[in-house]
Design a protein around this ligand. Structure first.
Ligand code: CUA
Length: 348
């Protein structure tokens, strides 16, 4: 049934855990709406003949439907729409909540290519290597204009926005090569902004990572020598620390837990901060990035709004590197109640 509908609707193959969920809802909606259209259409044609004017001056009878019929006509479609909403909402929550053990990959769109960097090492242009049957979280941003990251076979699509990180995730179900498209008109070569996801089996993945590491070690010194170069294969956190020192983050932010002119970086990621507006906010990649680009947007309570913007001063990869660096600054378990928030792991 799945395969039949897949063919009738000319859908791309299903290669992620999310694809089947999306398609199931799609099939449900399209089957019900097509059948309803058929019933309505057939009835219209039938009535057209059945109730045609037979004699001149014959008036059509005035029909007042019963409350029961009215109720049926309103409630039946409503039940369907609400059911679709519930299924769709559950799917939305599913695709918006990456599993905790997901592997992170940074994705940067620029006119006109996709760049991928892994916190642990290798980088890639237009080709994203991932293991099969393992959740992968994508942290997506753009260096210039709006782009949109779309993998039809995975049924995932997410905007790439300059100065901000958006996220989505997927778990590929079978090894193979899948098309990446840009689905936001971004200039002359928008239609050529293509890439591919190469899904590797567990063994192939291990071999690939090993190979990348070998190359990474050789290139690390060169890469560290020039931070403005990208893509480079050195570890992102390591670069991040260096960039942060260069641009002067440490003049106002400590890494030992003591508040200074700005909040300390230690344990910042994942912490729940109270803002000057009284709102609370869980610190994530998006907030850290926004605070670099537009520091006053969400100010942590008790700190002055004195930080300059780094919009245009940091490249996409540099920003990502600083975010990765801050993420490594964890404090040993400071909470006793895990339900209050994340429990930090000891520093390695
Ligand atoms: Cu990038 Cu269209």
């Amino acid at each position: 049934m799945n395969e039949l509908l897949n063919n009738i609707l000319f859908l791309p193959e299903q290669a992620s855990t999310f694809a089947e969920r999306v398609d199931r809802l799609h099939y449900f909606v399209i089957t019900v709406t097509m059948l309803s259209s058929l019933v309505v259409g057939t009835a219209a044609v039938f009535f057209f003949f059945r109730y045609r004017r037979r004699k001149p001056n014959q008036a059509t009878e005035y029909v007042v439907p019963s409350v029961k019929t009215e109720f049926l006509f309103v409630s039946l479609p409503l039940v369907f729409f609400l059911t679709w909403f519930v299924i769709g909402f559950r799917d939305f929550v599913f695709v918006s909540t990456p599993p905790k053990d997901a592997m992170d990959v940074y994705v940067m769109g620029k006119q006109w290519m996709w760049k991928f960097s892994y916190p642990e090492g290798p980088n890639g242009v237009n080709v994203l290597h991932v293991p099969a049957n393992r959740p992968v979280r994508l942290l997506i941003t753009s260096r210039d204009v709006l782009h949109s990251f779309f993998v039809p076979a995975f049924r995932i699509k997410m905007d790439a926005i300059p100065g901000r990180y958006t996220q989505t995730w997927f778990e590929a179900t079978k090894p193979g090569t899948y098309q990446i498209l840009c689905t936001e008109y971004c200039g002359l070569s928008h239609s050529k902004m293509l890439g591919e996801v190469v899904v590797l089996s567990a063994e192939e993945w291990d071999a690939w990572v090993k190979e990348q590491r070998k190359g990474a070690l050789q290139n690390r010194q060169d890469a560290l020598a020039d931070m403005s170069l990208e893509p480079h294969p050195a570890r992102m956190a390591e670069q991040g620390q260096k960039v942060a020192a260069e641009v002067g983050c440490f003049k106002c932010h400590t890494v030992n837990g003591e508040p200074h002119i700005g909040p300390t970086f230690l344990g910042l990621y994942g912490r729940t901060e109270t803002l000057d507006t009284g709102r609370t906010l869980r610190v994530d990649e998006a907030w850290i990035t926004q605070s670099m680009m537009d520091p006053g947007a969400h100010l942590v309570a008790g700190y002055p709004n004195v930080m300059p913007t780094f919009q245009g001063k940091l490249t996409g990869p540099q920003t990502a590197a600083i975010v990765e660096y801050i993420k490594t600054l964890r404090v040993p378990d400071i909470r006793t109640d895990a339900s209050q928030g994340p429990v930090y792991e000891p520093i390695q």
